[in-house]
Design a protein around this ligand. Sequence first.
Ligand SMILES: [Zn+2]
Length: 126
Amino acid sequence: MSRRKKSFPCGHKGYGQICHRCAQQQATWEQKRKRKNEWQETFAQDPIDLRALPKNVVVKARNIIMGLQTANNYRDFHGKRLRHDRLVISIPVTRNYRLLCRDYGSFLTPEEVISHEEYNVCKPGS
Ligand SMILES: [Zn+2]
């Protein structure tokens, strides 16, 4: 059997039945797509929609939400009540994002994650 390089339809040269460079590329793409799908699927578990947020914000927001579920103390996360609505608690997620939670007395419910700009806009009188 000859071990001569041949040209594949894709333009690459190599040995064997398929182009290993393209097969490798394909595998990488599939892995990336799979990882992306897995990431997308994790949002179904969230009590609030975090899809539009950057990944680091999503991860931090989830940590806070989980922490609130177990410890139920927003002060652990430097949360503060809004001045104009004492039942809403704002918890810093990153420098630019806040998690808003509603206080139902015995428990807190996460409502949404908003950016610092949105947060300032929704604050009346500022
Ligand atoms: Zn190829």
